[in-house]
Design a protein around this ligand. Structure first.
Ligand SMILES: NC(=O)C1=CN([C@@H]2O[C@H](COP(=O)(O)OP(=O)(O)OC[C@H]3O[C@@H](n4cnc5c(N)ncnc54)[C@H](O)[C@@H]3O)[C@@H](O)[C@H]2O)C=CC1
Ligand SMILES: O=C(O)[C@@H]1CCC=N1
Length: 279
């Protein structure tokens, strides 16, 4: 039975704990978690999930085969420095840190490590994450399968090359925020055209779920599906024309490119600081 040590006890850690336990991937008594100082949060996770919270690093790492890095990227250097004596080459290090390369993690730890670097999104909290995973050359077939299973408990898990993770971050890591922004916008306009907010919300959510299911299950392209909604001279055509006139598609493309570029900038800055190769 595997043991996992989780460093960082925030929302991403909790989503993964929940997914792992619901799927029985690891026994709750073998899921250990720590953070930098918030004992109350550790108690809360212990009470709700039956996992083990601790500040005793020897106990945390004893017998651990998987170590998950789940603090904010800005805290990565101090956190890895604090735990590096406990990291071993035979452990699978799983990182969800945005923009922190596998080489940077090894440089921070000062030793070669088997690392699976993942980019999930916050929909992991409801088991619907879209996660992309990249592994470094030291990850064994068995560890690769472990990484797939881990992120499979919180949604879709696909493998990519590490160089593609900035693009994934801009697309699906940040992606839920773009959709929330769209929902906010649809809610505002719904109220302006005379609908109650709560009713509008239900209609919007169902519209999104329905459209997503159509794209997922139909053999037709999104463009074809859009054309089927758009009657000549009808309402959709009038609406889409305004989107086109306002360059909304161009703005979305620029948005995703800006987010991906920021991910790369953040990663490259850390690589320069640590004097490791940029991706
Ligand atoms: N929020 C998002 O949409 C996504 C976040 N991520 C990544 O997930 C990671 C965690 O994000 P969240 O869970 O949203 O953050 P969060 O702020 O909810 O949790 C961070 C946790 O790290 C702990 N921490 C801080 N310094 C520490 C240290 N030195 N040692 C141990 N623990 C320490 C904090 O106490 C807190 O429990 C980040 O690296 C982020 O890049 C990845 C994909 C999506
Ligand atoms: O905004 C961020 O930096 C993180 C990474 C992906 C989603 N949230």
């Amino acid at each position: 039975m595997k043991k996992m040590a989780i460093i960082g006890a925030g929302s991403m850690a909790e989503a993964l704990i929940s997914g792992i336990l619901e799927n029985g991937l690891i026994d709750r008594k073998n899921v250990w978690v720590t953070n930098n100082s918030n004992q109350e949060r550790l108690n809360d996770l212990e009470n709700r999930y039956g996992v083990v919270g601790t500040y005793d690093l020897n106990a945390l790492f004893s017998g651990a085969d998987i170590v998950m890095l789940a603090m904010k990227p800005k805290d990565a250097a101090s956190a890895i420095d604090y735990i590096c004596d406990h990291l071993r080459g035979d452990m699978l290090i799983v990182s969800v840190l945005a923009g922190v390369s596998t080489e940077s993690i090894e440089a921070l730890a000062g030793k070669p490590l088997s690392i699976a670097r993942a980019m999930p999104n916050t929909s992991a909290a409801v088991g619907k994450s879209a996660t992309a995973i990249a592994v470094n050359g030291r990850v064994s077939e068995e560890q690769l399968e472990t990484a797939r299973q881990l992120f499979g408990t919180v949604g879709l898990a696909e493998f990519v090359e590490e160089v593609q993770l900035d693009a994934v971050t801009g697309l699906s890591g940040s992606g839920p925020a773009y959709i929330y922004y769209l929902i906010e916008t649809m809610e505002k306009s719904a109220v302006e055209i005379g609908l109650e907010k709560e009713m509008a919300k239900q209609l919007i959510v169902q519209t999104l779920i329905g459209a997503a299911e159509m794209v997922k299950n139909s053999s037709k392209s999104p463009e074809q599906l859009r054309r089927e909604v758009t009657s000549p001279g009808g309402t959709t055509e009038a609406g889409i024309r305004v989107l086109e006139e306002n360059g909304v598609q161009k703005a979305f493309i620029s948005c995703i490119k800006a987010a991906a570029a920021q991910s790369k900038r953040m990663g490259d800055a850390l690589c320069s600081q640590l004097q490791v190769g940029k991706r």
